[in-house]
Ligand binder design. Sequence first.
Ligand code: MLT
Length: 265
Amino acid sequence: MKQQLASGLVMEYDDAGQGRVVVLLHGFPFDRAMWRPQVEALRDSYRLLVPDLRGFGGTGGAGERPTLEQMADDVAELLDALRITEPVVLGGLSMGGYITLAFARKHAPRLRGLILADTRAEADTDEAKANRDKLIAFARDHSGREVLDQMLPKLLGDATRASRPELAAELRRLAAGQSVRGIIAALQAMRDRPDARPVLPGIAVPALVLVGEQDALTPPAAAATLAAGIPAAKLVTILAAGHMANLEQPEPFNDALRAFLRTLP
Ligand code: MLT
C-alpha cells in the first residue's frame, strides 16, 4: 500500500491483520520484506504495519539526506495518515532500532511497548564513523548488492552460514533492490546519530530487547546495555543466530515477540 504523508513523502508499507497495532522497522540495507516471517506469524492476532523507510523499497526520498529522527517522524506521520491515535508497539532491527529509539525520544506518548532487536543505544565510535565513510565512498560507484557483500561476513551467524546458505542469497537480492542514494543517505544518518543512552531511563513502556547470540555487528554486550538502561526491559538471546536474528531463527524470535506482546496491558 502507499500513503502520502503530511511532509509530502510517499511511503509504501504493508498493513496486515487486525487488532493492536505493531509497527516494525527494517534494518540496513533492506526493506519491509525482511519482516515477512514475523508478519505471517503475528497477523492472526495483531495489526502489523510495516513500512519501507525513507529512501528504501517503494518509499520515496532517496535523493534526500534525512536524519534518523526524520525517519522516526515519517513513522509518526504514517500513523497520523492512517488515523491511528492509540499507542502502538514499535519495533526495529538494527537501523530500525536506532529509529525506534529516536521515536521514543520524540513521540513517547504514542508508544505502548518497544521491541529493540540486534541494535544498540551508543553512537558510532570514531572507528565506526571512519568505516561508514569508507562504505559511503564504496557505495558511490557500487550496487546495493556489492555494499551488502562488504557487510555479509558479519551479518549472519556461523550456524546460519553453514545450515542456510540460501539466506545470504536472499539478503543479497533484497539489498540489490535498494537505490545507492538511499543507501548513502542512511549510512550518513547512522554515522551522525546521537548517543541514545540518555533516552533509556525515561522509557516508560515495557521493552523487549532481542539479540542473536552470534551478532557481530551489535553484539550481546550492546543489547545488555540497552536492557540495563530501560526500566522495564526484558532481554532475550536468540541462540544460533547472528545480526539478522529474525530471519536466521524466526521461530524463537516470533515466540519471544508473542510472549512479550501478550504481557502488554
Ligand atoms: C543494520 O543492520 O541496520 C546496520 O548494519 C546497522 C549498522 O550498520 O549500524
